[in-house]
Design a protein around this ligand. Sequence first.
Ligand code: 4AD
Ligand code: MG
Length: 464
Amino acid sequence: MKRTKIVEALKYAERGIEVNVKGWVRTRRGGKQVCFIALNDGSTIHNIQVVAAVGQIEDELLKSITTGACISVDGILVDSQGQGQQVEIQATHITVYGTADPDTYPLQKKGHSLEFLREIAHLRGRTNTFGAVFRLRHHLAFAIHKFFHDRGFFYFHTPIITASDCEGAGQMFRVTTLEQGMEQTGDGTISFDNDFFGKQANLTVSGQLEGETAALALGAIYTFGPTFRAENSNTPRHLAEFWMIEPEVAFNEIEENMQLAEDFIKYCIQWALDNCPDDLRFLNDHYDAELIERLQSVAKDDFVRLSYTEGIAILEQAIAHGYKFEFPVFWGTDLSAEHERYLVEEHFHSPVILTNYPKEIKAFYMKLNEDGKTVRAMDVLFPKIGEIIGGSQREENYDKLSARIRELGIPAKDIWWYLDTRRFGAAPHSGFGLGFERLLLFVTGMNNIRDVIPFPRTPRNADF
Ligand code: 4AD
Ligand code: MG
């Protein structure tokens, strides 16, 4: 018999038909005459109830069907006698694919802590929580491709191994095949002559620089791939390996870039609301009672837009009124998460797009404003998250950009090709990067970024 996914079987209107379902046993409650099996196959958060009558199904076989076992069930779809479900399956035949020893299978009872589940990341997808999170992760990835595809953007693949440091923050993982340390040259510096690429190579922190070359050829592109940062930030918002979406658009100035970011993120949130109602309802009921309401309001209301300078003024006012921050606030400082969250959660009660940051705290490629002090940066700040998007209009002027590159001591031999885009057919252009896991944090209501990526990579942790 052809297998029916449980998500479909639960929707069937017919009764008395034969079906086959396959999945993993969540619970088994047994009486002497009948036993009830809650079966889940990952296609939906809902289980289907299988009723196995002693006599129909062999006793020995029934005993081996414990929590975690994988089974295939043939049976008749009938109206459920019990509460909590519309249909159930009266089993006529069961095959056990794989048992799960109750003494050692770790997912016995409900209500394991998220910390414990991280230690069994290879099994946590079988819980309601992680089933919901990983289904949402898929649906959002799909929504992202659809959003850009529908708007004529091309998905562009930028390299994962690269010699350039896009953000210039020096947080890169080195890629090498050299076995014994690094070779020292006469002056004590390291020689990469004998290394695989004949030069220093790293895992990328961002596909932006290569993405810009493509925007200046195809008009509008986006990347969507893994990025790597060796920052030693053991926070609930940082991963060493995370996925980033980076659109880059020729002829867009900063205002259009802001609008694109706002439209994009609202589209993703609305997509989740429309396509994942059951999973969101579960997360809302079990983790964050305001989740769905928060998503609805962010999808609907306009984001607040203000300059960094205005933002600093608001924070200084808060301090004057007695509000305490851990880190100092002054014009020129990089905002920390507590500052960002104050603006969003305490002051505006809305997502905020902050623009025109001091050039010293932003990357080399951002377009310098007429004041000579600030750049056309934009960070999108979100409730519960802080920064969810970072982006900017790019400096397209060759002389200004090369002056900045020299000022920061970025080696010309690594960046000549990027500068070429400003020598040949330069154009105004803008883009941004959305941290995929930060979006997922917001949409799922989870509090720790380790719980929205299947196998998190963080300082001192690369298990699985
Ligand atoms: O602000 P960032 O560093 O910007 C860039 O990388 C630009 N090149 C993007 C562009 O303009 N094309 O990073 C972008 C976003 C952040 O806003 C944040 O959401 C996420 O990436 N992010 C991280 N997410 C998880 N773990 C980390 N360690 C992250 N670092 C940045
Ligand atoms: Mg940033």
